[in-house]
Write a protein that binds this ligand. Sequence first.
Ligand code: HPA
Ligand code: ZN
Length: 320
Amino acid sequence: MRQIPKVELHLHHEGAAPPSFIRGLAGEKGVDLSGIFREDGSYAFRDFVHFLSVYEAATSVLTSPEDYARLTRAVLEESAAHGVVYSETFLSPDFCGGGDVAAWREYLLAIREAADGAERDLGITLRGIVTCIRHFGPEAAKPIAICAAETAGDWLTGFGMAGDEMKGQPSDFIWAFDCAREAGLRLTVHAGEWGGAASVRDALAALRPDRIGHGVQAIDDLALVDDLAEQGIVLECCPGSNVALGVYPTWSAHPIQRLRARGVKVTVSTDDPPFFHTTMTAEYERLAASFGWGEEDFAEINATAIDAAFCDAATKDTIR
Ligand code: HPA
Ligand code: ZN
């Protein structure tokens, strides 16, 4: 499983930081982050909302472009070790310069340089998706969309929204998504992880994304499932994340196979791998064990992911 070449579309940059990496930075900077770790060294959180606050606490020690360069290298080494050949990462200017375009440019440059180095050394290609954070509210999303629009190009290829799906409405973020769309960015929105099928419908109608982050709760509305299939909306499924956070009680209860069987384009990602004790290899192993997926299924999933990737056609040709 580890050897299969994999394409990952849904990975939060800070959420991929190993706990040892964050603990190391906290030590260097004299910040006490002991409250976010368990005794065994892993991240400690009770539920999704607590996860978001632990996540934000971890970002508090990522304070410079250099920190992000080191993080990028660590993340890509781990991904490459699990056979990932292409990956898209969610980057949040909220954590990289606070939404200031000039500061964001410096962070982005450092991340890109580290990604270029990893591409040379490890054969893994990275692209960036700027992500606003829903629970920070629609006003905070505007400068984030401007950061994205100002740096849109062949590397920074997408705009998205993460954060607490139960806060606000997708329609609150139309300005930010229109700004990104007009800059030529491709779009993805977290929906249907917590907010049910209605949340997926609302996100599609208001923000017109190419892909949905998670989207799995669409399964509770078969008319919506058929719409997703017909419109070719791609779901960035992260089953290990959903099981770890209790969205579904077990792997076999996860709807990824039912969505796929009904014609929805599904892909597989890890979301925040060290938080959820997962890797791309582990996701594949669990899918094989739970649904009998084999080589052909994984080939299909990866072909879907390459088609749905936000990079240009020449880049896709290099990973196909
Ligand atoms: N869902 C929503 N927001 C997030 C997540 C997630 O799984 N990870 C980091 N931010
Ligand atoms: Zn996510």
